[in-house]
Design a protein around this ligand. Structure first.
Ligand SMILES: [Zn+2]
Length: 319
């Protein structure tokens, strides 16, 4: 394609309960889409066959609208993805192991198919604005757990096993030894510094729904006179754990920027007086080497669909 020519890429984000998709415009080396063009398809698929059917329908609709066909498809997916773009293990769907979207879609599509783990796609999307694509950025997504990725010069570090960025499983001196983490070890940061950690501390162990419910409840408690103090203390304690993890990463990598996003941050608020942010700043201050801490740039991502944006950028790079 000649530089400056317009074309399309399709970006698809496969989550546990919905598939988001968009046809993005490509001009030269830029990819853009408007938020109102994002289609969210809820699904209750728990098998890979059902998932394949949903993705197939989405692509069929796209191909019917664009006679010339998109130049590539970028897929962000839950699960572990190899460097070759094979879904090694996707526990959200039965049979989603050693799965190649490129092989499955090759009869429908003429363009390339690029597949990324959703945390890695999100990091690529988060760094697509401003100057963060140029240097070394640590992206942290604060949600049920603490995930993220390191982006260096516009490329995501995926790691040998595709598992780079499991920052929540670094170890905290304060973490509870009796609480075994989902990773199989104990003492992980995210057991105290994430939605799952807050649910555990609040005694709400009802799986993913319990995590969302706890974070929602604590967030609404922040504005209630009686309950604000207790919920504020819990958010501040979680923030302190997250800040300590950020300090470890900053000490190891001396990044140009630490970029934050995620549902926990949205629920707790990213203002300087938010208890989560107060704890986070304290965790950094106490644990970061002063020469790094004094210059450490903490920013908040404003990219609304980071996974789709990252998947579209990956498709653009592969075309
Ligand atoms: Zn862990």
């Amino acid at each position: 394609m000649t530089r400056g020519a317009r074309s399309k890429v399709v970006a698809i984000d496969i989550g546990g309960t919905s598939i988001k998709s968009v046809v993005a415009d490509v001009t030269g080396d830029r990819v853009e889409f408007s938020q109102d063009r994002v289609v969210v398809t809820p699904h209750h698929a728990n098998t890979v066959q059902a998932l394949e059917g949903s993705v197939g329908q989405i692509l069929e609709a796209v191909l019917a609208d664009y006679a010339e066909g998109p130049v590539g498809v970028g897929i962000s997916t839950t699960g572990l993805v190899s460097q070759e773009g094979i879904v090694v293990d996707g526990p959200a769907f039965k049979g989603y192991t050693d799965y190649s979207w490129a092989a499955v879609l090759k009869s429908t599509l003429s363009g390339s198919v690029t597949v990324m783990n959703d945390a890695h796609a999100a990091a690529l999307g988060m760094t697509s604005r401003g100057s963060s694509h140029a240097g070394l950025t640590v992206c942290l997504v604060l949600g049920t757990g603490i995930g993220g990725a390191v982006v260096l010069g516009g490329s995501v570090l995926t790691g040998r096993n595709g598992m780079s960025g499991h920052f929540g499983h670094m170890k905290s001196a304060n973490s509870l030894a009796q609480f075994r983490c989902i990773c199989g070890t104990t003492g992980c940061f995210e057991n105290l510094g994430s939605g799952r950690g807050l649910a555990f501390l609040a005694g709400n162990n009802n799986g993913p729904e319990g995590v969302d419910e706890t974070v929602r409840q604590l967030s609404s408690d922040l504005s209630s006179a009686e309950a604000a103090r207790a919920s504020g203390e819990m958010f501040e304690s979680a923030g302190h754990q997250i800040g300590s993890a950020i300090a470890d990463l900053a000490n190891a990598l001396d990044p140009d920027e630490v970029l934050l996003a995620g549902g926990l941050l949205e629920a707790a608020g990213s203002g300087e007086d938010s208890p989560l942010m107060v704890g986070l700043r304290r965790g950094i201050k106490e644990n970061c080497i002063p020469a790094i801490e004094s210059n450490l740039l903490i920013s908040f991502s404003d990219v609304q669909y980071p996974n789709l944006t990252g998947a579209a950028l990956a498709a653009l790079a592969a075309r």
